[in-house]
Design a protein around this ligand. Structure first.
Ligand code: GLY
Length: 729
C-alpha cells in the first residue's frame, strides 16, 4: 500500500479542513483527501453565523451551535495567525424584519440605502440598538416571549438600525450576537492555515470506497476500515474521518442527501458614494441578505430536494430577487455580480452526524445541512477529542461524549416494526392458526416450511425424508424461498406477502434505497430485520466497478438496519436493459474482488455451468442461475443447464428469475435447486399475499418431492393396479 498516514480525512471542505487542522495542532500526522474543493458547500454558503436567528427546535443543536459561535472569534484569529490571510469574520448582528400581513406593497418610493450610523462591529452598536429596543420592548403582534437571543425592535428602530429597509416593515427581531464570516475568505485562510500547520492536502483525489478488513464479519470481532480505494490507488491510515458533505452516501449508507441552494450576489452600482449599503445581515422569511465589508451583497438561498441537479433557474433566482426587493427596495438597482448554487448535506432530522461509526477506526463528521460554516470550530474540537480519546471541550454540564451522543448515526438505526398481524389469505389455504382462530380476529401467519409440511401428515404415516437446513456462507435458514421488495402495490402488501411466503431472506436493491427511487422511500424500514436476513443486491449496476461500490454500500446498509455481521451481497452486473441478462465477465471480476473483501457473494448468472464453476472456485457462497429473464414469468427455460449446475455445484444453487407460478417454483425445486428467489410473480399477482403463501408452499412441496425421489419417465404405460395375483377366468 503506497500511502500511509496517522489520520486520513476524507473531504476537503470546511469541516474536513477544520478537523485536520485541529488534529495536526494537537500533534497528529494528518492528510486530507479532497476531491474538488470548488464543489464543497463551503464555497457556496453565505457564511451566516446564526444560531439565534435559525431558531433550532433541537436543544442539542442549539447548544452546539451556540458553543461554536462562541469559539468563532478565537478560532478565526488562530487561522489568520497561521495563514496570514483575513477570514472576514464580522459579528455584525442579524436583523429579521417582519411585515404586516396585508397592504405591504403600498410603499412606492424606494428608501435610499445610505450609510447608517452604526458601522462599527456589533459590540459598539449593541448599546444604541439596546436603547432603541427599550423604547418599544414588546412586539406589537402580541408575541408573548422573545425568541432566544432576540430583542424586538419597532419599525422606527429597525430603520435606524439599518437604512434602506422597506417602509412596509412593522418591526423585527434583532439578534445582536449572531453574525457572519466571509466563507470564501475563510476557506482560503483555513487551507493556508492547515498547510502552515503541516497538514498534507491532496487535491483531486476521489475516494471511491471504504474497504473493510475481510474476515471480521463472522468472527464477532470489532470492524475496521482496511484501506481507502481512491482515484490514486489505495490509502491506509490508523484512523479515518469522513467529512464528505452532500456526497457522503456514495461511501456509506447513512441518510445524507443533497439539498440544493441557489444564490447570487450584487455589487455596488458604479459611483455609489454612500459607504456600505448594508451593515447587518437581513434574515427574511424567504431570503437572507449578507453584506460583505467589500461592498458585495450575498443573497440566498433556495432549498430544493432535487438531488444533484446543477444550475440556477429563473424560478429560483426570481424568487430570491423578489424577496430581496420586497425587503430592501433600493437593492433593485444594484448590478448582479455572480450567481451560483451548492448542495447542503441534509439529514432527515436536519442535525449533523458526528462521532464514532460501526468501524473502530472511522469517525463521522457529516450532515451539517445549513450550518457547516457555523459548526466548523466545535466539530473540529469534538472530533479531535473523539479521535484522540481525550477531551478539551470545557463543559459545566455535559461531557463531550454526551454532546456527541445527540448526533450519533445510531439515531437512524431502524427499530423493528411488529410483524404483519393480518393478511388477506383466502380461507381455503391450509393454515393451522387460521383454522383455530375466530374469523373476526386477525390471523397470525406462520411460515410454511418443510417442518410444517411434515406436521400436516398423519402421525401414522411413514417417516418423511430428513432435510438439512439451507446453509449459505455458514448461516442456516429454515426456508428455501427468498423474495424481493420491488413492484409491490404498497409496503403493507409487501410485508404481508413476505410473511405469508415464510421466506427468511429478502433481497433489497441498494441503489434504489439509497436514491430513494419512487416506491423505495422508507422501504428499508418497512420490514422487521430482526427476523429477516437482508440480501442487499446490486441491481442497476452495469459494470463490475459499480457493483463493487454498491455492494460496499449494501453491507453498510445492512449494518445500519441492525445486521452488523451481514456480509451477504446478491451480485448483479447487468448492462443489458432489454433482457436484463447479466454480464458474465463483469460478474466474475466483481465476484473475485468482493470475495477478497470478505463478502459472501451470491452472483446472479445466466445458467452457464462453466461460469457457475468459475464463480464457485472464486469463492462465491452460492450461484444464482436464472430460469428465464427477470420478471418475464416464462418459467424454467434453461432446464438442461440448471440440471448440470445442480449436479456439478458444491455451493447452493438458487434459481433466480423467471418463475411465474407455484408449479414452476415446485418444478425448479424438483430439479434439485437448493433455493429459489421469486419477486415479480408474487408482487404483481392479483393477490400478492396469497401468491406469497402459494410460492412458499410450492417451494416446500418441490423440495419434499426432490427428497422423496420422483419416478422415472418411461415411454410406455405401467398400470396402476398390479396384474399379478388377480383372478383370471
Ligand atoms: N446557512 C443558510 C443556508 O444554508 O441557506
Amino acid at each position: 500500500m503506497p500511502f500511509t498516514d496517522d489520520i486520513l480525512i476524507i473531504g476537503g471542505g470546511i469541516v474536513g479542513l477544520a478537523i485536520a487542522t485541529e488534529l495536526k495542532l494537537r500533534g497528529a500526522s494528518v492528510t486530507v483527501l479532497s476531491r474538488d474543493f470548488e464543489q464543497a458547500a463551503t464555497h457556496a454558503a453565505a457564511g451566516m453565523l446564526a444560531p439565534h436567528a435559525e431558531a433550532f427546535a433541537s436543544g442539542a443543536m442549539q447548544d452546539i451551535c451556540l458553543r461554536s459561535r462562541a469559539l468563532y472569534g478565537d478560532w478565526v484569529a488562530k487561522l489568520e495567525d497561521l495563514s496570514g490571510e483575513s477570514a472576514g469574520y464580522w459579528p455584525c448582528g442579524i436583523l429579521a424584519p417582519t411585515f404586516a400581513p396585508v397592504d405591504e406593497n403600498s410603499d412606492s418610493s424606494p428608501p435610499h440605502l445610505t450609510n447608517a450610523p452604526h458601522q462599527s462591529p456589533a459590540s459598539s452598536s449593541f448599546k444604541s440598538l439596546d436603547a432603541l429596543q427599550r423604547s418599544t420592548p414588546t412586539p406589537p403582534n402580541g408575541a408573548a416571549t422573545s425568541p432566544a437571543g432576540a430583542l424586538w425592535l419597532s419599525a422606527e428602530a429597525m430603520h435606524q438600525a439599518q437604512s434602506g429597509l422597506s417602509h412596509a416593515i412593522t418591526g423585527g427581531w434583532w439578534y445582536p450576537e449572531d453574525g457572519q464570516v466571509d466563507n470564501r475568505a475563510l476557506a482560503i485562510a483555513l487551507r493556508a492555515a492547515a498547510r502552515a500547520a503541516g497538514v498534507v492536502i491532496r487535491e483531486g483525489v476521489a475516494v471511491t470506497g471504504l474497504e473493510q478488513q475481510s474476515g471480521a464479519f463472522n468472527s464477532g470481532s470489532s470492524q475496521k476500515i482496511a484501506c481507502l480505494k481512491t482515484s490514486e490507488g489505495d490509502w491506509q491510515a490508523d484512523h479515518y474521518v469522513l467529512a464528505t458533505g452532500a456526497w457522503t452516501s456514495d461511501l456509506l449508507p447513512i441518510p445524507v442527501t443533497p439539498r440544493k441552494g441557489q444564490m447570487l450576489s450584487l455589487t455596488m452600482p458604479p459611483g455609489y458614494a454612500h459607504g456600505l449599503p448594508l451593515q447587518r445581515v437581513l434574515f427574511g422569511d424567504d431570503v437572507y441578505i449578507v453584506p460583505r465589508r467589500d461592498g458585495r451583497i450575498v443573497i440566498g438561498a433556495t432549498s430544493e430536494a432535487v438531488g444533484f441537479i446543477p444550475g440556477n433557474t429563473p424560478a429560483g433566482l426570481g424568487a430570491l430577487l423578489q424577496a430581496t426587493i420586497r425587503l430592501c427596495p433600493g437593492l433593485a438597482e444594484f448590478p448582479i455580480q455572480e450567481r451560483w448554487w451548492g448542495f447542503r448535506p441534509a439529514t432527515p432530522d436536519e442535525l449533523p452526524i458526528l462521532g464514532s461509526s460501526l468501524c473502530d477506526n472511522l469517525s463521522l463528521a457529516v450532515g451539517h445541512h445549513r450550518n457547516g460554516i457555523l459548526l466548523a470550530p466545535i466539530t473540529a474540537q469534538l472530533l479531535a477529542d473523539q479521535v484522540l480519546g481525550h477531551s478539551t471541550v470545557p463543559s459545566e454540564r455535559e461531557s463531550p461524549e454526551a454532546l456527541l451522543s445527540a448526533f450519533s448515526w445510531r439515531r437512524f438505526v431502524h427499530s423493528p416494526v411488529p410483524p404483519a398481524a393480518a393478511a388477506s389469505i383466502p380461507q381455503f389455504l391450509p393454515s393451522r392458526s387460521s383454522s383455530s382462530t375466530p374469523s373476526s380476529t386477525p390471523t397470525m401467519l406462520h411460515y410454511p416450511t418443510l417442518v410444517d409440511a411434515v406436521q400436516f401428515t398423519e402421525s401414522s404415516a411413514p417417516a418423511l425424508p430428513e432435510d438439512a437446513p439451507l446453509t449459505i456462507a455458514g448461516r442456516t435458514f429454515r426456508s428455501r424461498l427468498m423474495t424481493g421488495t420491488g413492484k409491490y402495490p404498497d409496503f403493507d402488501t409487501m410485508r404481508q406477502s413476505v410473511s405469508a411466503s415464510g421466506c427468511e431472506i429478502v433481497t433489497v436493491a441498494v441503489r434504489r434505497v439509497q436514491t430513494k427511487a419512487p416506491g423505495h422511500e422508507g422501504l428499508a424500514e418497512a420490514l422487521d430485520w430482526s427476523k429477516i436476513w437482508m440480501l442487499p443486491n446490486t441491481a442497476g449496476c452495469k459494470t463490475a466497478e459499480e457493483a463493487v461500490r454498491v455492494a460496499r454500500l449494501g453491507r453498510e446498509m445492512a449494518k445500519l438496519l441492525g445486521q452488523e455481521n451481514n456480509n451477504f451481497v446478491k451480485l448483479e452486473v447487468i448492462p443489458d436493459a432489454k433482457y436484463l441478462l447479466p454480464d458474465p465477465i463483469g460478474t466474475l471480476q466483481a465476484a473475485e474482488q468482493l470475495v477478497k473483501e470478505g463478502f459472501a457473494v451470491l452472483p446472479y448468472i445466466n445458467a452457464d455451468p462453466l461460469l457457475a464453476k468459475r464463480l464457485e472456485e472464486a469463492g462465491c457462497a452460492t450461484v444464482m442461475p436464472l430460469g428465464s429473464p427477470i420478471g418475464s414469468g416464462q418459467g424454467i427455460q434453461n432446464e438442461a443447464n440448471i440440471r448440470i449446475i445442480v449436479e456439478t455445484s458444491k455451493v447452493p444453487v438458487v434459481v433466480d428469475a423467471g418463475i411465474g407460478s407455484p408449479s414452476e417454483a415446485a418444478h425448479a425445486m424438483e430439479l434439485g435447486a437448493s433455493a429459489l428467489l421469486i419477486n415479480t410473480a408474487i408482487a404483481q399477482a392479483k393477490n400478492p399475499v396469497a401468491m406469497g403463501r402459494a410460492m412458499g408452499l410450492a417451494t416446500v412441496a418441490g423440495r419434499l418431492a426432490y427428497l422423496a425421489g420422483r419416478i422415472p419417465i418411461q415411454n410406455m404405460a405401467s398400470a396402476s393396479s398390479p396384474l399379478t395375483g388377480t383372478i383370471t377366468s
